[in-house]
Design a protein around this ligand. Sequence first.
Ligand code: XMP
Length: 527
Amino acid sequence: MNEHILVVDYGSQVTQLIARRIREIGVYTEVESNDISEKTLQEHINKGLKGIILSGSFASAHEEDLKLKLPPSIFQLGIPILGICYGMQAMAMELGGMVNSLENREFGYTEVINCGNSQLLGDLSDFTEDNQRILKVWMSHADTVTILPKGFDKISYSKTTSSIAGMENTDRKLYALQFHPEVTHTAKGSEILKRFVINICGCNLKWNMPDYVDKSIEEIKSLVGKDKVILGLSGGVDSSVAAILIHKAIKDQLTCIFVDNGLMRLEELNQVKKMFSNNMKMNIIYVDSSKTFIDKLAGITDPEAKRKIIGNEFIDIFQKEANKIKDVRWLAQGTIYPDIIESSHGKKVIKSHHNVGGLPEKMSLKLLEPLKHLFKDEVRRLGKELGLDDEMLFRHPFPGPGLGVRIIGEVKSEFLKLLKKADNIFIEELKNNINKETNKCWYDSISQAFAVFLPIKSVGVMGDNRTYEYVIALRAIKTNDFMTADWFHLPFDLLSKISSRIINEVHGINRVVYDISNKPPATVEWE
Ligand code: XMP
């Protein structure tokens, strides 16, 4: 890591977006929690820190017990700092200004006036009105800066409440915005961030994928030397991209282990075999453990218990296989940056999302995580650079415990067979039918779609006969970050076609329902 921007996270839901936007501009960015130690901050400075951004927060800068810590002596560093939302208020309070509650809170779309001639906003505007430059922005705040700290100028204010929407002190290179430039609703958001990182911090556009590939291959080679590496391949984007990258660097020193838990989608195993063993000629050990998993899950209905069994069983099997390979020193994982940020910044756990979690503690191997600084969209760009096809790269996410959490209650082989077929029909139809608005297939317009097996029977009629069979629920959602999600409004005629196909082709299902719940309060998966 050389020249870079540091985002200090105060717990806002959109902190990661700040880092992603800046990387999209072409500047490398890292996120650290607000309790970053002096030592870590110093490491960043030594490695070429060019600017700092203080994120938004759920906290309050003017209520003593809700205040969050600022990194030590941050305003004395002489490095440019941009405070966003809470970050602006924390900066104001720290430097002798004042923050108070707003009478009318501002949430969502807002118009602010750009006072003009500031370093941060220049003469940016989305439109002008009465000779004033107006910016369309996204706000989310109940507090506001009421008195500017000494040496600061007001650079923007809200058209509706007149509250201060931006301030700067160019002598001290301190800048702040009450609105969120990182969300796409702020029309000129990326331009504002670009002005900060390029014009003010003086960063160069050095962050791009081809360079990253070359650099990581060199890094992996020098880290691993002649050692052997193992990797748990799941067929998902992250582990696949990690495997290809590492394979490019160290060839046959890498062995992948693919544990078939029987909880994968129809044809998934064959796709993996074709892609990695046949096309890419990687060393892969396939372990058929489907029976073991089903046996272990017999009689278990509690979702968390099922997740734990599947996770632990995977670890046991993986470990046994790994022990058979001599002289392994490294365990490679497809950990990506959001995993690191979320686990280190203490977010609350609703479901235990474990894929290979737990492995590093159990195995005394060194960890190789070549994607640990990348966001998902960057992993996809990297995958493309490495020659992975779009079908693989743009696949909807699939949970670690697989279909185990898409069969409600006890997992049985009989249920798995029905679910795999139904799910395959659903996905096939989403791929084969075009969304005329976007001219893409429905699958590409949806963030995630899948079928869920409900182990309840209902009465139906087929021909002249009464049926008493199981139910399939279909779930399709649209989301940016999977933290919140909206159910996807699929056309009724397409739903009708899918339902008919499932009922006609999957013997044992006589009813199909469509899930129309958002997250929150529902979650994406049913378990
Ligand atoms: P939830 O159900 O928590 O899902 O709203 C959000 C996203 O996470 C995926 N998911 C998992 N992914 N291991 C994973 O890698 C897991 O254990 C797991 N559980 C849920 C889910 O499919 C959705 O994309």
